[in-house]
Design a binder for this molecule. Structure first.
Ligand SMILES: O=P(O)(O)OC[C@@H](O)[C@@H](O)c1c[nH]c2ccccc12
Length: 258
C-alpha cells in the first residue's frame, strides 16, 4: 500500500536492469466506464506505475493535448468523487500502483483529510500536486503521511541548486524531474545539458529520478534513461489512447526495457 507499494514497484523494475515507465492518462477521457480497461492495458503493457490525471477547469501546467483530454472528461461529467469510487470498486482487479495528478483546488474542495483517507481506500499510492510549492506543502503533507501516501515533488529546470537539493531530499516515491521550461506536451528535442542535470539530481536523491514533459518517442526514452531511472509520458499516451492506437502504446512502454 501507498509509498511502500511505489518503492517496491520501482525496485523490481530497476533490479532487473530495466527503466521505469510511468504513463499518464486523464481519468474519464473516453468515459469513466473505460478506466478499468485502460488501466489493465497499461499494466499488461509493462507500465511501472500509472499517473492518473483528475480533470480540472484551470489546468495551468498543461498544454493543449491534456487540456483537451480534461475538457472531454469534464463534459462527460467525470468528478474526483466518481474517480475515487470507481478505483475503490475495482481495486482488487489491479496490481499496478496509482499516482494521482491533481491541482490543489479539487483537493481543498473535497476536504484534505477526507481526500487522503479516500485515496488510501481507493488504492491511490501517491500524489503529484503541481501548484503546491515546498513552502506550502504542510497544507497536505501531514494527512498524506497519516495514510502513507507518497508526495511526489517536481524539480523544475529553473530552480536554484539549493532548492533542488531540498526537493530531492524531501520527495517520496520518485523525483519528477521536469525536462523543459513550460507546459506539458510532446516535443521534438531537449536542451543539450539535460543529461548532466538529471545525473546531478540523482546524486542527491534516495528514490528514483524520472524525467517527464515532452517525452514522446522510444528514442527519447532510450536517450533520457541513460541519465536517470525512468520516464513519465503524458501527452503522447493521451493522444494514442484517444485514437485507440494500443499497439503504439505497447511499443512505447516496451522501449524502457533493457
Ligand atoms: O504530457 P507530457 O509532456 O508527456 O508530460 C507528462 C505529463 O503529461 C504528466 O506527468 C502531467 C500531466 N499534467 C501535469 C501537470 C503537472 C506535472 C505533470 C503533469
Amino acid at each position: 500500500m501507498g509509498k511502500q507499494k511505489l518503492d517496491q514497484a520501482f525496485k523490481q523494475v530497476l533490479d532487473r536492469g530495466d527503466k521505469a515507465f510511468v504513463p499518464y492518462i486523464m481519468a474519464g477521457d473516453g468515459g469513466l466506464d473505460k478506466l478499468e480497461e485502460q488501466l489493465a492495458l497499461l499494466e499488461e503493457s509493462g507500465a511501472t506505475v500509472v499517473e492518473l490525471g483528475i480533470a480540472f477547469s484551470d489546468p495551468v501546467a498543461d498544454g493543449p493535448t491534456i487540456q483537451e483530454a480534461g475538457i472531454r472528461a469534464l463534459k462527460d461529467g467525470v468528478t474526483l468523487t466518481g474517480v475515487l469510487e470507481l478505483l475503490k470498486k475495482t481495486k482488487a482487479s489491479r496490481n499496478i500502483p496509482i499516482v494521482f495528478m491533481t491541482y490543489i483546488n479539487p483537493i481543498f474542495n473535497y476536504g484534505v483529510e477526507r481526500f487522503a483517507k479516500d485515496c488510501a481506500e481507493a488504492g491511490v499510492d501517491g500524489l503529484i500536486i503541481p501548484d503546491v510549492p515546498l513552502e506550502e506543502e504542510e497544507l497536505v503533507s501531514p494527512y498524506l503521511k497519516q495514510y502513507e501516501i507518497a508526495l511526489i515533488r517536481l524539480a523544475a529546470l529553473t530552480s536554484t541548486k539549493e532548492r533542488l537539493t531540498e526537493i530531492a531530499k524531501r520527495t517520496e516515491g520518485f523525483l519528477y524531474a521536469v525536462t523543459v521550461t513550460g507546459t506539458t506536451g510532446a516535443r521534438a528535442t531537449f536542451k543539450d545539458d539535460l543529461g548532466a542535470h538529471l545525473e546531478s539530481l540523482q546524486k542527491n536523491c534516495d528514490v528514483p529520478v524520472l524525467a517527464g514533459f515532452g517525452v514522446s518517442t522510444p528514442e527519447h526514452v532510450k536517450s533520457l534513461t541513460q541519465h536517470c531511472d525512468g520516464v513519465v509520458v503524458g501527452s503522447r499516451i493521451v493522444d494514442l489512447l484517444h485514437k485507440g492506437e494500443t499497439e503504439e502504446i505497447r511499443t512505447l512502454i516496451a522501449s524502457a526495457k533493457a
